[in-house]
Design a protein around this ligand. Structure first.
Ligand SMILES: [Fe+2]
Length: 276
């Protein structure tokens, strides 16, 4: 991107709390990430890592599948979420010289076909920072990589533009499939609520701020809706003791307030100084 385009992206993101890139990953790279999904869901791992949140097969075909820290056990996911091309876009939106990986998610939303309406597989309205209150900044950004053309028919994510300026709300909604109930819980009646569906081509990436409200509904297609998600944080982010979050453990056996998240569990996806 040119400097002007980077500036325009920053301004849009600052105003709206999200931004959508052009195609970032080629068709070949998308195919590799789709194949990575197949391997992950059959527990075919690269190496002997233990992701903190690991998906286990079960007998509920309509349930959303999600694994966190998939980069620990899959080389393709590792290369994607630590890639400088994703990192640079994230660093630009955070207005930071660096982007480090906070963690990743690999998500499979099953397709139900055109049949009955169901809330199974929905992702309830939430702000990512609800789960991340161990950091001294809310300036984190999530990159959502589409691995197929994605729209409302196959359960695309929607964001509430501007909601990153509403502060941290009362919702623990990711696994709550009843979106209207979560919305009531958030007490946003007085806010300008508008749902913006993020319609993406395969290989395109949407980015959202850690306080931007987002969620997704049913996948009416016959195919699963697949994505790889990278969460990024800016240079100098430190531990602040507000909430017990798994990532604190990755600081080592004796974490203390003020410790920088900068060890090998938080790889540098992009650094302006290394590019110079
Ligand atoms: Fe999220």
């Amino acid at each position: 991107m040119t400097q002007e385009q980077e500036k325009a992206a920053q301004e849009f993101y600052e105003e709206n709390g999200y931004w959508v890139s052009d195609i970032v990953f080629t068709a070949e790279e998308v195919a590799e990430m789709r194949a990575a999904h197949d391997r992950i869901w059959t527990l075919d791992y690269d190496g002997d890592g233990f992701p903190l949140w690991e998906w286990k097969p079960d007998d509920k075909p309509n349930r959303l599948r999600k694994i966190d820290n998939a980069w620990w056990i899959n080389d393709v996911v590792k290369n994607a979420v630590t890639s400088p091309k994703l990192g640079k876009l994230a660093a630009n939106l955070m207005n930071s010289e660096e982007a480090r990986v906070w963690y990743d998610q690999v998500i499979y939303k099953p397709g139900t076909g055109k049949g009955e309406q169901t809330s199974a597989g929905n992702v309830g309205w939430h702000q990512d920072y609800m789960y991340w209150q161990c950091t001294d900044t809310t300036n984190l950004v999530t990159a959502w990589v589409a691995l197929q053309d994605t729209d409302l028919n196959n359960g695309c994510m929607s964001v509430i533009p501007g909601s990153h300026k509403w502060g941290l709300l009362n919702s623990d909604g990711f696994f709550n499939e009843e979106l209207e109930a979560v919305k009531r819980q958030m007490e946003v009646e007085a806010k300008p609520w508008r749902e913006e569906p993020l319609i993406l081509k395969a290989g395109q990436v949407s980015f959202h701020h850690s306080l931007t409200i987002h969620g997704s509904r049913q996948n009416f297609s016959n195919d699963p809706r697949l994505c790889v998600v990278g969460h990024y944080f800016p240079k100098g982010m430190a531990y602040e003791k507000k909430q017990n979050v798994d990532n604190i453990r990755l600081l080592g056996p004796r974490p203390k307030q003020g410790d920088l998240f900068n060890n090998e569990y938080f790889p540098l996806a992009y650094s302006a100084s290394e590019q110079a």
